[in-house]
Ligand binder design. Sequence first.
Ligand SMILES: NC(=O)c1ccc[n+]([C@@H]2O[C@H](COP(=O)([O-])OP(=O)(O)OC[C@H]3O[C@@H](n4cnc5c(N)ncnc54)[C@H](O)[C@@H]3O)[C@@H](O)[C@H]2O)c1
Length: 348
Amino acid sequence: MAIKGVYAKWLLYFCVHYLHMLQIGVFGVGHLGKFHLNNWTALDGVQVAGFYDPNDAIAEEVARKYNLQRYTNPEDLLDVIDAADIVAPTNHHFDLCAMALRKGKHVFVEKPLADTMEQGRELVKLVKESGVKMQVGHVERFNPAFIALNGHTLNPMFIEVHRLAQFNPRGTEVSVILDLMIHDIDIILHLVKSDVKNIYASGVAVMTDTPDIANVRIEFNNGCVANLTSSRISMKKMRKMRLFQKDAYIGIDFLEKKTEIIKLKGEQDEHLFSFDIETPQGTRTLAIDNPEIHDHNAIRAELEAFRNAILNNTPTPVSEIDGFMAMDVAHQILSKIQQSTPAVKPVV
Ligand SMILES: NC(=O)c1ccc[n+]([C@@H]2O[C@H](COP(=O)([O-])OP(=O)(O)OC[C@H]3O[C@@H](n4cnc5c(N)ncnc54)[C@H](O)[C@@H]3O)[C@@H](O)[C@H]2O)c1
């Protein structure tokens, strides 16, 4: 049973004051790992027991700045924690996750879940066997612009996405599909409750050995079509998703944290700004809804959700299965790209 409201607060208070706090170990304290450390230290009911990072310069800086114990052997850190937070490069996700799960530790792992499908499958199996909680860092699920749509019926039939970023060597150990597009794949799979029917994809490796820019069309069995463009070699940043469904258009700007709904005006929309347009079928009245955005720190929200899932023994909001499904589609896209551009080096 989920424990909510005042009971959740009481439980947290009890954990903090009478039991030992949830002990967290952070594996990888580079760019994103430091954000995780900042957020863990701001959350109730948890304590960072230490971290593991093989890079001496980074580890020394973090140990000093955060006054935390550095472990030079990941197994030793795992022995003193309840939950592992894995923020290492993707090619190390599997080894670290598997090590933690085999020791019965809860795991939060950054996206993508793992490098290869075999690794992803093995992690799903290990979670099932160990009965612990696992969450994957698909942080856009916690973006205020997306959260603002809670309570709205989303049933998109056409989706257009642009995720553009400037070049940064971090993350280039994997293609733009596993680095950036996977965020949108996860959101789309979360929204479209239907199986993938067809995928068409093309991509080009411009700056690295794997595709840096890609355009993908995903067709679903229910007729929904998603068109995704991702680039990590763009001059400007953009993270926009547009959903078109019967009677409504929904625009989500993940970067600017803005959400807009334009819909056929209904009885409940009297308070909204509206305007008429003429169509061959007659006059249509459209209403514009800008759902209220409650700005918050999305990383803190996802780590808090992971903590709550452990404390309340409830499912994590982005499970290992969600992470695996997103990986599965990402890998199908990668093999389509390879088929369409044989000159591109093998991709993982
Ligand atoms: N959710 C998001 O929006 C988002 C954004 C950026 C990065 N990420 C993910 O976070 C992860 C880390 O990315 P980053 O940008 O912080 O990279 P980074 O290169 O800045 O940091 C990675 C750190 O991991 C350390 N490391 C290397 N091998 C390790 C190992 N075996 N065990 C523990 N630590 C190890 C490195 O020394 C480095 O300090 C990647 O999986 C990336 O995909 C997610």
